[in-house]
Design a protein around this ligand. Structure first.
Ligand code: GLC
Ligand code: CA
Length: 572
């Protein structure tokens, strides 16, 4: 099989949520000066690109996802000139840069909205979705999805927060605006877009009432994958074709069947999609209902997407971003912090797809526990606390927030063990996780067995292997509640990736077709390698060469191993 021209398939990305990344100018808020100084660090991870969560001017009702100017940089983060400096330096270092394109809604302080609310004769009147009488839809973030505007004397639709009015994408002028925004950034040299809630932009004509018993998501059947979505997406794709750019769409609650329409065939309009299935192995709808973590559910989600897209499309791979709490606190264990943090890396980085690593994930940052809901700042966290399960005690409601708050992934990045974790010289805009003395970049740089260095090893291994990039995916023992085992194969090379999600030692059975094979141990997250083999290994010149055999299959808590096999019939 040949190398494809699709550059994004060989890449991995690092996501920056700038406000909490690094403060370069000493006001306690992360910014593009801080990013500029950390670009070498980002490159050192072995990633090839950066996705910036919104950097644009915003009243910050939803921290940047409520945009008031699509063609500028938020003054707290820098200037357009500073952005260009970051972009050029990133390019010089070989890093692509993709921007967040948030066009389902704007801020209510965007000039279009300020005009639109003035009245029906205004040229911007139809830029938003206005009605005299609201339907029964709930907002995902704040109460009902309709807000009465006194100036206009009508209600406007907001699927997210009140300060995020939905754009009327049925209006061709709005679509022209979107295309011009894309061209503005592409002309400057950015390499593509991550498109926010892009499967919500086309609403069903007539906006029918939703099912009353589905809180928060009752309108979703009428705005997810709406009637004109693929026409609109095709228009945006045309812009991207003018440039060699790439598009990844966020698809909240998308099913693999509907994702296929965006990713394959005549309606292909995106190179990848961020799906949510695998983020619901311990919850429903990401934060409303919690349930104990189920590895079987997680594996089912992983494998469903891997299989459906095999040979037809391409997966995105992620376990964290600015919308989900930290993964060690969810699918791993803070008691086995290093073990589970490294194991989780191997559980997703070797699947077929393009990995996205969220700031702080590479050092194993964990959730924060604040003592009162007033200490949290995220609009959806507050809504969750104040609107659902109101009969619960305060303790129980806070516990839910500890498990689910997006604020947990938005605490300042922990750079070193000095005051404020080296994020800033002054008190940061948001709480620093008190574990920064142990969990920080500087400490992990020095430690060859750190989570940070494990991420580097994984990314380096992936990058030099066609098999790990293009190879076929196969899962073994899908019903095993403790072990996730998957294989990647291409030509005569095979990789077997084994991840224990158990706090207890577990015996691993290898697939029958592996019984007498000789494999090379490429990675193991326990510094001394597989325990039972340690003695025989010590005698070998190359510690990393080992035999894989059934009796060696005892895995310690959260142990992970990556083996490489070459068919013996082939010449090496
Ligand atoms: C996406 C973003 C999220 C934001 C929402 C509304 O899900 O990732 O942060 O709150 O869209 O824009
Ligand atoms: Ca700053």
């Amino acid at each position: 099989m040949e190398w494809h021209n699709d550059w994004y398939k060989r890449m991995s990305f690092y996501q920056i949520w700038v406000r909490s990344f690094a403060d370069g100018n000493g006001d306690g808020i992360g910014d593009l000066y801080g990013v500029y100084d950390k670009l070498e660090y980002i490159r050192s991870l072995g990633v090839d690109g950066i996705w910036f969560s919104p950097l644009y001017p915003s009243p910050n009702a939803d921290y940047g996802y409520d945009i008031s100017d699509y063609r500028d940089i938020h003054p707290e983060y820098g200037t357009l000139e500073q952005f260009k400096k970051v972009l050029h330096k990133a390019h010089d270092l070989g890093l692509k840069v993709i921007m967040d394109l948030v066009v389902n809604h704007t801020s209510d302080e965007h000039p279009w909205f300020l005009e639109s609310r003035k009245g029906k004769d205004n040229p911007y009147s139809d830029y938003y979705i206005w009605r005299d009488k609201p339907n029964n839809w709930d907002s995902l973030f704040e109460g009902k999805a309709w807000e009465y505007d006194k100036v206009r004397g009508q209600y406007y639709l907001h699927i997210f927060a009140k300060k995020q009015p939905d754009l009327n994408m049925d209006n061709p002028k709005v679509r022209e605006e979107v295309k011009n925004i894309m061209r503005f950034w592409l002309d400057m040299g950015v390499d593509g877009f991550r498109e926010d809630v892009i499967n919500f932009i086309s609403k069903k004509e007539g906006l029918p009432n939703g099912l009353p018993f589905l809180p928060a998501v009752n309108g979703m059947p009428y705005y997810k994958d709406g009637p004109h979505i693929h026409e609109y997406m095709a228009e945006f794709r045309e812009v991207c074709k003018e440039y060699d750019c790439f598009q990844i769409g966020e698809g909240p609650m998308t099913t693999v069947q509907s994702a296929m329409k965006y990713l394959t065939g005549p309606t292909k309009s995106l190179d990848m999609m961020f799906s949510f299935d695998h983020m619901m192995a311990d919850c429903i709808y990401t934060e409303y209902v919690h349930r104990p973590f189920s590895l079987v559910k997680l594996k089912r989600a992983f494998t469903k997407w891997q299989k459906a897209l095999a040979g037809k499309g391409w997966c995105s791979l992620y376990l964290e971003n600015h919308d989900h709490p930290r993964i060690i606190s969810r699918y791993g264990s803070v008691h086995y912090w290093r073990e589970s943090g490294t194991m989780l890396a191997a559980s997703f980085l070797f699947q077929q797809g393009t990995p996205f690593i969220y700031q702080g994930q590479e050092i194993g940052m964990t959730n924060i526990r604040l003592h009162s809901i007033d200490d949290y700042v995220d609009v959806s966290t507050k809504n969750n606390y104040h609107s659902y399960h109101l009969k619960d005690t305060i303790e129980r409601r806070l516990k839910r927030i500890h498990l689910s708050s997006r604020d947990s992934s938005r605490t300042p990045v922990q750079w070193d063990a000095t005051r404020y974790a080296g994020f800033s010289k002054v008190k940061p805009w948001f709480y620093v996780n008190p574990n920064y003395r142990k969990i920080n970049v500087a400490a992990e740089e020095k430690d060859p067995d750190s989570i940070l260095n494990f991420y580097r090893k994984c990314l380096a291994l992936r990058k030099q292997s066609k098999t790990l990039i293009y190879g076929e995916y196969k899962e073994y023992f899908p019903k095993d509640p403790n072990i996730y085992m998957y294989e990647r194969s291409l030509g005569d090379i095979r990789y077997l990736i084994i991840c224990s999600f158990s706090k207890l030692p577990v015996k691993v059975h290898f697939p029958e077709n592996y019984a007498d094979r000789k494999g090379q141990l490429m990675l193991c997250n326990y510094p001394d390698g597989p325990q039972v083999m340690a003695d025989s290994l010590r005698e070998r010149a190359h510690q990393e060469v080992s035999l894989l055999a059934a009796e060696h299959g005892m895995f310690r808590p959260y142990e992970t191993r990556v083996y490489r096999f070459r068919e013996r019939t082939q010449r090496s």
